[in-house]
Ligand binder design. Structure first.
Ligand SMILES: [Zn+2]
Length: 219
């Protein structure tokens, strides 16, 4: 006879713990928020169990990062324990590195109200991957998105990266929401060229031809 997980309230085989394996992720994060030394304000959740339940609901509702659309990871403890037992240190390190980037985290959309820290409350939290949460810092969502746009537009403009590379990178990750180019300046160039993906190829080939022609002229 299994026990009932206190977060998802489903029967599990959890031994001495009070939450099942996947809910442990939500409980642990909620617990940290309630018990961290930093002065964190939480509103509308009486305790870590209530907050963990809400985090679980958010994750089940949408397991993709609110800002990047990347799939957020939950730590699989059974898997990491197995890697430890089997002495697969390299795989474990790789897994932990991936988790440090793609692990789920709680973002306060608005993190400051003037000098005051904004609270963790239902209408102010979304889930996103850890790396993005770190980058976003105290920016508001729209400021952060604008900054990302700026970085990408500048890099594309300077040809450190090509628009088609950006798209294929996003596709190689598991972004679900990218259907057309979203980069302002390049979008303009591509609109002139016809916007569709096939055109990226010829756009890039044309650019390379142009560059080669320039080099040849210099010789
Ligand atoms: Zn559970």
């Amino acid at each position: 006879m299994g026990k009932i997980c206190r977060i998802c309230e489903e029967e599990t085989t959890i031994g001495t713990r009070e939450e099942c394996e996947s809910c442990w992720n939500f409980y642990k994060r909620a617990y940290q928020k309630f018990h961290e030394d930093r002065d964190i304000k939480i509103e509308g959740f009486d305790d870590e169990v209530k907050l963990a339940k809400h985090l679980r609901t958010l994750y089940i509702d949408n397991k993709y990062c609110s800002y990047t659309g990347l799939e957020m990871m939950l730590r699989d403890r059974e898997y990491t324990e197995r890697l430890k037992v089997d002495g697969k240190e390299e795989e474990l390190e790789q897994y932990n590195r991936k988790l440090a980037v793609l692990g789920f985290s709680i973002d306060r959309k608005i993190s400051k109200n003037g000098d005051q820290k904004a609270p963790y409350k239902k209408d102010n939290i979304v889930l996103c991957i850890r790396a993005i949460n770190t980058m976003k810092g105290e920016f508001k969502p729209e400021e952060f998105i604008q900054a990302c746009y700026q970085v990408l537009a500048y890099q594309v403009e300077n040809q450190t990266i090509f628009a088609d590379q950006v798209l294929s990178m996003l596709r190689n990750f598991n972004v679900k929401h990218i259907e057309k180019p979203i980069i302002p300046k390049v979008e303009q160039i591509l609109k002139e060229a016809g916007v569709y993906e096939e055109d990226f190829k010829s756009y890039r080939e044309d650019y390379i031809k142009e560059i080669n022609a320039k080099h040849n002229r210099k010789k």
